[in-house]
Ligand binder design. Structure first.
Ligand code: GRG
Length: 290
């Protein structure tokens, strides 16, 4: 896993050299190169590998997913959204580069990511590239990330079209699980996997994404700034709808453990050390029934 993270970091740096106008490239690279967990690109590369594909072929798309993820973090931290001053242990993008440049840096990452897939995916055929771009555009937009963010904002304002339980799952299937789904789907497409296998990994990523969000909600409640690299306790203080506020800490932990168990159930036949390490790391603080 450590080697994969280093490989991703190296490619992220190489794919995005700083050129004129430097201010925008510096703003794009700032949050991108801060030490994130790189879970999405790693999951993309590992899915391709265990399904018999060549990791090198999917490296540009794996890095593109990280760029999309970082775009969503930069925009999420803006004063008009979550208004967070810290990200990945450092001042957020708009705190360093100003709001206008942070908006533009996010936009530039969002658009550079598909450019990178088109220009650098030389080991993939045109049909695979088209399928990958289709997945990218669908999951990044109003059928994915943006839908999750909009419903999140609406729910904070007290607007509920569905029940709180359905609303919460909708938000996090779209805000959080969607990029894990994108990662494994793209990895599987790069390995020429059949539809059934793509759906199996998709199902894994949905469960993993919800477990990841429950973990995030629990950590917001029980951990510190030093552990997370971002402000904690904000959800509770703002009365936000979270798995902890809706179900209570104990029930949220039970939901988390059940989802992690289901994830192990889906992935174990692939004997992937990387996926097992990810699941183990996630369950270290809360525990799992595996
Ligand atoms: C796609 C145009 C467009 C807009 C995005 C702002 C927004 C709309 C969506 C917000 C998405 C968001 C920030 C979801 C939170 C998901 C989450 C739990 C992120 C933290 O992921 P980690 O822990 O972070 O993997 P690191 O820093 O390790 O990569």
């Amino acid at each position: 896993m450590k080697e994969l993270i280093e490989l991703v970091d190296k490619h992220l740096d190489e794919y995005l050299p700083v050129c004129y106008p430097e201010d925008i490239f510096k703003a794009m690279k700032y949050t991108l190169m801060l030490p994130g967990k790189r879970l999405r690109p790693v999951m993309c590369l590992e899915t391709a590998r265990i399904l018999g594909g060549d990791m090198t072929n999917v490296m540009p798309a794996a890095c593109a997913i990280e760029m999309l993820h970082v775009q969503s973090l930069i925009h999420d931290d803006l004063p008009c959204m979550d208004n967070d001053d810290f990200r990945r242990g450092k001042p957020s993008n708009h705190k360093v580069f100003g709001e206008a440049n942070a908006v533009l840096a996010g936009d530039a990452l969002l658009t550079f990511a598909p450019q990178l897939i088109i220009e650098k995916s030389t080991g993939l055929n045109p049909e695979q590239i088209l399928k990958i771009l289709h997945e990218y555009t669908k999951f990044a937009g109003a059928y994915g990330l943006i839908a999750g963010q909009v419903v999140d904002i609406e729910s904070e304002g007290g607007k509920f079209v569905k029940s709180p339980e359905e609303t919460l799952d909708f938000i996090h299937l779209n805000k959080t699980a969607v990029l894990f789904r994108l990662a494994v789907r793209i990895g599987a497409i790069a390995a020429n996997a059949d539809e059934k296998t793509i759906e199996e990994f998709d199902n894994f990523a949905k469960k993993f994404g919800l477990a990841f969000q429950i973990y995030d909600d629990i950590m917001d409640e029980i951990s510190t700034f030093e552990e997370l690299g971002k402000t904690t306790g904000k959800d509770k203080n703002s009365g936000k709808l979270t798995y902890v506020s809706l179900y209570g800490l104990e029930e949220a932990e039970n939901k988390f453990r059940n989802l992690i168990k289901e994830c192990y159930g889906i992935i174990e036949k692939y004997h992937s050390k990387v996926f097992e390490e990810i699941l183990k790391k996630l369950s270290d603080r809360i525990g799992s029934d595996k």
